[in-house]
Design a protein around this ligand. Structure first.
Ligand code: AMP
Ligand code: ZN
Length: 430
């Protein structure tokens, strides 16, 4: 199903022509209105008229999270503040957040991108959409909310509230779709199990949209199996409007990035040179339609790759592979580079393993993976636990090339974060 079939299936030459026109407009606007970019353009000798092809995007300066904080609160505004109608900030926990202003058109456009994204997974106005993400400064609440309303769904702004309340709303209003953090979805599945609720029989759920934090294909499968529903990966970041940047279609085979709104590049994060299509690197995004606060070549730090083949759904907008983590999430343990997602992949592929885990780094360079057991794994037989522990240590060693310690814990014994899950606690002395 399509929200805007013509735009979603625009032939590549027409899509690229549209991108170029919007890039030229964006560069012109920031060169007129944003001192931060004016200074950078002057230093690099960039004139708006010099942007003649899409490749010229590579001549533009990068914008980093540090730049966003340095220009906080409103140094990147391209319009006066009275043109803005909404503010969101990033979920950063230390120092100043990154602030993002929206004009009325930006708010509407962000909702449009969500509407497109939801409809391509089969959401219709008949759906009851329970948004279980936080409704504060975080974009996962309001931005998704307005998009689902645009489709015509009945939207329940549940927020992250307690599980009892979520369940009550789901039962009373026959919720068919949820927007939820993957870590919370796993926890919520355990909660339903405890309550003796069988989602297949007792609930009307059919789809979940999960995002805002890295998660693996194994985690998706677990959520799908626990609820008996389809789960779609949703990617976004505050700096680029929040959710709705890239989203899976009904084929669940990579995330379509809405290229009429963003130019994407994948670069080697060290050399900053582009990598060939299909190769992994850091995602760089340039906004093409943002009015209040356009951002050029934003260094997302998110690691992914382009899927070069066209999608079966007929959409021409490029697909990205699942984000495997952020370049700044990478752990160096005994000289080896490790992404937390590698650990999650191993853990979630084993039925004896439960739904929550944490990676602890301490001492000189010791890694301990504390992981909850599932009901299957927690059978009270000590010899089973010892065998499982050795099996996990061996699987993790083979994946990571570093041998961790593994602590097995009873189901439900690790704390569940209020918002995004915190998977790594680094207490190392060096
Ligand atoms: P925030 O600005 O607080 O919404 O955080 C955005 C960040 O969350 C992104 O830059 C990613 O690192 C992460 N993120 C969002 N969606 C996903 C996703 N579907 N898969 C992996 N990471 C994600
Ligand atoms: Zn598709």
């Amino acid at each position: 199903m399509f929200w805007d079939q013509e735009l979603e299936t625009l032939p590549r030459p027409a899509l690229e022509k549209l991108q170029l026109k919007r890039l030229q407009d964006t560069v012109r606007r920031v060169s007129q209105n944003v001192p931060f970019y004016q200074q950078q353009f002057a230093a690099l000798g960039i004139k708006p008229d010099g942007i003649k092809s899409l490749d010229d995007v590579r001549r533009l300066p990068f914008t980093t999270g540090v730049d966003l904080r340095a220009t906080y609160p409103d140094g990147l505004l391209a319009m006066t503040r009275d043109h803005s109608v909404r503010l969101h900030t990033s979920s950063g926990t230390t120092g100043k957040p990154k602030a993002l202003f929206f004009s009325a058109k930006d708010v509407d456009n962000a909702a449009e991108l969500i509407a497109r994204s939801l409809v391509m997974t089969g959401i219709t106005r008949q759906d009851v959409f329970q948004n279980m993400m936080s409704y504060g400064l975080f974009t996962g609440g309001l931005v998704m909310h307005y998009g689902a309303e645009k489709v015509g769904c009945l939207v329940i702004p549940a927020g992250p509230g307690t599980s009892d309340r979520q369940l009550m709303l789901m039962q009373d209003f026959r919720t068919t779709a949820i927007h939820i953090l993957p870590s919370y979805a796993l926890y919520f599945a355990g909660f339903l199990e405890q309550k003796g609720i069988d989602p297949r029989k007792d609930l009307a759920l059919r789809k979940a949209f999960v995002g805002a934090e890295p998660h693996t294909e194994e985690t998706r499968k677990r959520i799908e199996e626990a609820f008996g529903i389809d789960v779609y990966n949703s990617y976004g970041l505050t700096e680029m409007n929040g959710p709705g940047v890239a989203f899976e279609c009904e084929h669940k085979a990579g995330l379509h990035l809405w290229e009429d709104n963003y130019i994407l590049e994948i670069i080697d994060p060290i050399t900053c040179e582009p990598v060939p299509d299909g190769q992994t690197g850091e995602l760089i995004l340039t906004t093409l339609k943002r009015e209040a606060m356009p951002i050029l070549r934003y260094r997302t730090r998110d690691i992914t790759s382009i899927i070069p083949e066209p999608c079966k759904c007929g959409r021409t907008h490029c697909r990205l592979n699942r984000i495997t983590g952020r370049s700044d999430d990478m752990l160096i343990v005994r000289g080896v580079n490790i992404f937390p997602q590698q650990i999650e992949r191993v853990l979630m592929s084993m039925p004896q393993v439960g739904r929550n885990y944490v990676i602890i780094l301490e001492g000189l360079d010791d890694m301990t993976v504390k992981v909850e057991l599932s009901a299957v794994g927690f059978d009270g037989q000590v010899e089973h636990l010892t065998a499982l522990q050795s099996q996990l240590v061996e699987k993790l060693r083979a994946e990571l090339l570093v041998k961790p310690k593994v602590d097995l814990l009873p189901p439900g014994s690790l704390p569940v974060a209020e918002g995004k899950a915190k998977r790594v606690v680094d207490k190392r002395s060096i």
